[in-house]
Design a protein around this ligand. Structure first.
Ligand SMILES: Nc1ncnc2c1ncn2[C@@H]1O[C@H](COP(=O)(O)OP(=O)(O)OP(=O)(O)O)[C@@H](O)[C@H]1O
Ligand SMILES: [Mg+2]
Length: 399
């Protein structure tokens, strides 16, 4: 397995397999339970039994993802505009982004905005197959081509004909297969293993990687010619922490999506929860946010998502921050910069005053409520800090 073919207009996910209809497709079982519940297993290539449609299309929301998307941050809007420009072309696309940044979603969106939208979208994870298997899966094989090839089988390229083939984790493709892939892209035809006659194919390729392929090229793990052929258009997805304006809209989107799935009514996000969401560094990106919200909804009470409902990873992406004290200070200033960017997104007219307030109050508390020490720490006069603390009610005018 490893092949998923979607027919967007039909609300059906076809999982082709030679297993009897009662047995679930084996390899998808642990990773994608939603595919099992939504799949129609075709027992035999020649079978022309009735095509089933899903009684509950909601079940498919995760597999047919090209619909609801969030692009609120200015940088995400820029990316969206770029996608809209390049999608209608036939050019191959290379999507680069860390884990969970939305590479597959973007690939589906490119497909949905292209003239191929009514054709299949076939998504394949190149890292999931051994070198021997990946060749027959990609290009197909004839009956008897190798031990165990009991019948002939079309590969992913043929399955994606007239549509889009999405090759995820392209960097994991063995060099020997990279050569063959390059040839297919040049010749626009595939030869099944064990066959002589080429089959013409009309496929747009979208590849994705979470590693810098340039590095892999330099290290000799990835062919340079294939790299250039793939990256005719390249789309770079930023980590979530570098597009903070997306965090809350995404959180609201997932709250809505999951509360519906769970059969809940409206669920509110408490203001402190919003703050916690915006302050986290999201090493697992959008996928992590999605999982945090899903889990949070499972344990939330009284239709409000509270900060204690969020289980955030304590993974730090930059372990070097702990190295030298001056590095740690640089890092803290960078975090402050990020926090400010988030605040700017909300554009309150009195922002400077509110930030000042937080600075004064925090310094005062840090210095165990000693005004002289707090003034020294901030490099301002005691009068300045005293006046401000009185204004915000942290101390009384008599103190
Ligand atoms: N802009 C977006 N709006 C709404 N949901 C999104 C957006 N981007 C990603 N998601 C959701 O986040 C999850 C992760 O996205 P996706 O699977 O596309 O990421 P990925 O980069 O392919 O991840 P991985 O590296 O783990 O394969 C998915 O459930 C997807 O629907
Ligand atoms: Mg992916």
């Amino acid at each position: 397995m490893g092949l998923e073919t979607e027919i967007p207009e039909a609300d059906v996910l076809l999982v082709k397999d030679h297993a009897p209809p009662s047995s679930p497709p084996p390899r998808y079982a642990p990773a994608h339970p939603e595919f099992i519940s939504a799949s129609v297993v075709v027992p035999d290539e020649s079978s022309d039994g009735p095509l089933l449609t899903m009684p509950n299309p909601e079940v498919l929301t995760k597999s047919i993802r090209a619909t609801a998307q969030v692009f609120e941050d200015a940088r995400s809007k820029e990316l969206l505009a770029r996608i809209e420009l390049v999608a209608p072309s036939e050019a191959n696309v290379l999507i680069i982004g860390d884990t969970g940044t939305g590479k597959e979603l973007i690939a589906r969106h490119v497909h949905a905005l292209s003239a191929r939208r009514n054709g299949p979208f076939v998504a394949v994870n190149c890292g999931a197959f051994s070198e021997t298997l990946v060749e027959s899966e990609l290009f197909g094989h004839e009956k008897g081509a190798f031990t165990g090839a009991f019948s002939s089988k079309a590969g992913w390229f043929e399955a994606a004909n007239e549509g889009t083939l999405f090759l995820d984790e392209i960097g994991d493709l063995p060099l020997s297969i990279q050569v063959k892939l390059l040839r297919v892209l040049q010749e626009r035809e595939v030869v099944r293993l064990g066959a002589r006659k080429p089959v013409p194919i009309n496929v747009r390729l979208i590849a994705a990687t979470n590693v810098r392929l340039e590095e892999a090229v330099k290290a000799g793990h990835f062919r340079e010619d294939l790299f250039y052929r793939l990256r005719v258009v390249h789309l770079e997805l930023l980590p979530l922490r570098e597009r903070p304006g997306d965090i809350l809209p995404l959180a609201r989107h997932f709250v809505n999506q999951y509360r519906r799935r769970l059969g809940y009514g409206e669920v509110a996000i408490a203001p402190e929860t919003e703050l916690k969401l915006r302050q986290h560094s999201w090493p697992g990106n959008i996928r992590e946010l999605e999982n945090v919200i899903h889990h949070g909804l499972l344990i939330a009470r009284n239709a409000v998502l509270r900060p204690e409902d969020l289980y955030l990873s304590s993974l730090s992406l930059r372990p070097e921050a702990a190295a030298a004290p001056e590095d740690a200070q640089d890092d803290a200033l960078k975090s402050l910069e990020r926090a400010l960017l988030m605040l700017f997104e909300d554009c309150h007219g009195d922002l400077f005053e509110r930030i000042e307030e937080v600075v004064m109050r925090t310094a005062y508390q840090y210095c165990h409520c000693n005004q002289v020490q707090a003034a020294k720490l901030l490099g301002v006069s005691r009068n300045v800090i005293r006046a401000r603390l009185i204004r915000i009610g942290a101390i009384s005018a008599l103190k």
